[in-house]
Design a binder for this molecule. Sequence first.
Ligand code: SAM
Ligand code: SF4
Length: 476
Amino acid sequence: MKFYPEKCKIEDKRMQPFIDPDEIWDYIKNTKADPEYVRSIIAKSLNKERLTLKETAALINADTPELIEEIKEGARQLKEKVYGNRIVLFAPLYIGNKCSNNCSYCGFRSTNTDAIRKTLDDQEIIREVEALEDNGHKRLILVYGEHRDYSAEYIAHTVKLTYKVKKGPGEIRRVNINAAPFDIDGFRTIKDAGIGTYQVFQETYHEDTYKKYHLGGKKADYNWRVTSLDRAQEAGIDDVGIGALFGLYDWRFEVMALVRHTNHFEAIYNVGPHTISFPRIKDAAGLNLDPKYEVSDEEFTRLIAILRLAVPYTGLILTARETPAVRDEVISFGVSQIDGGTKLELGSYSDSLNEEQDLNKEQFHIADSRSLNEVIDELLQKNFLPSFCTACYRKGRTGEHFMEFSVPGFIKRFCTPNAILTLAEYLMDYAQDDTKDKGWQNIENELKGLEDGGYDTKDLRERIEKVKQGERDLYY
Ligand code: SAM
Ligand code: SF4
């Protein structure tokens, strides 16, 4: 499929900034949210078409309770139509919190002298990965501060080390990265270690606000940050994750800018972002924030539904920064990945005696501290299909969400069977007894659903039996 990016005020060029704040505000201020227009936009998205900036602005301006509910309902329908029941699970693993930047919202900032600085050594990384494997994880995102100790070579080393750790039936099959951006050579070094997605969040796309919150270090350079993932693409990393930190500036501007960033990738690299993240600011040591832009739960759930409709092919990631209640609502709008059993303090996965959250040791507080088994159990109760699938990336099908979306039957042929096989492994190796019962029941329901839709499940049923007999890592 070819993209047809819309014409924007700043012409998209490789590795050149692309955000024009006046253009974005112009759309927000001057686009009317006429109910018929809003409904036609929802219908366009349900027809699997990407929305323009103007259309996204209309959804943002649709603020009556009825229209908001119609937008949320549209997002729910799109999720059901395109993505099915599965939710991919992952865990973040903080490798080091040394940082030479001064982002005033972050507990790791260089000026926070109370922060206890630590970088996991190789043995500690191995212990942490083993503890995560013991819980059943297969997908990790490694997280680092920005510091000369965390060079591209060092990050590549930690990625390779993580892949090598195998405890019992456990192994990590996809390592994603959230770290400082590099130059093209640096990105190439990290790509060669076999990473999945590289995430760099812009935090705020509004340059003046960006300058207010980024007070020192390399990250203070707005242009270097906003072109980060262009350099990743130039280095051959085609699964890139964008994001904005909600609470720094007006959420409406950030949503528009995330769509504008998507336009930029489509225009230059002919592929949109692999994932979009929308972290909301959480309490951190010494956090001193302008409350003007605080995003309420109501606005937050709305903006996720709008993003789902605006960029229907992209994976949406929600993290344990959010409460279980918020997580539960937005999962039905098409969030495709969540973390489970998350701990942010360095070394805490393998240190079971330490359950307290301590702001001097972690980047910020999380709001969902459920274990992975608890998260899975609750997903199963709500008829979701928890998945640890890593098949696309290992089969070279990068840009997987795009394919899921654009190739007819892709989800039924690949995603659902792979989700079932990875859930079956989890049930055999790690699940608690009552979770096991729910899990096998959900698998049977999903198989019936595939059969009712005319799909032959003979081979899949045989593979499930093989998993029960002890075979692992079977995928399509
Ligand atoms: N140091 C790298 C960077 O800044 O890009 C990567 C790691 S940083 C720990 C990951 C993300 O955490 C940041 O991009 C930011 O969006 C988010 N973050 C920082 N402080 C936060 C806070 N107080 N609440 C929620 N998220 C926060
Ligand atoms: Fe450092 Fe990243 Fe925190 Fe900024 S957000 S202080 S770069 S760890």
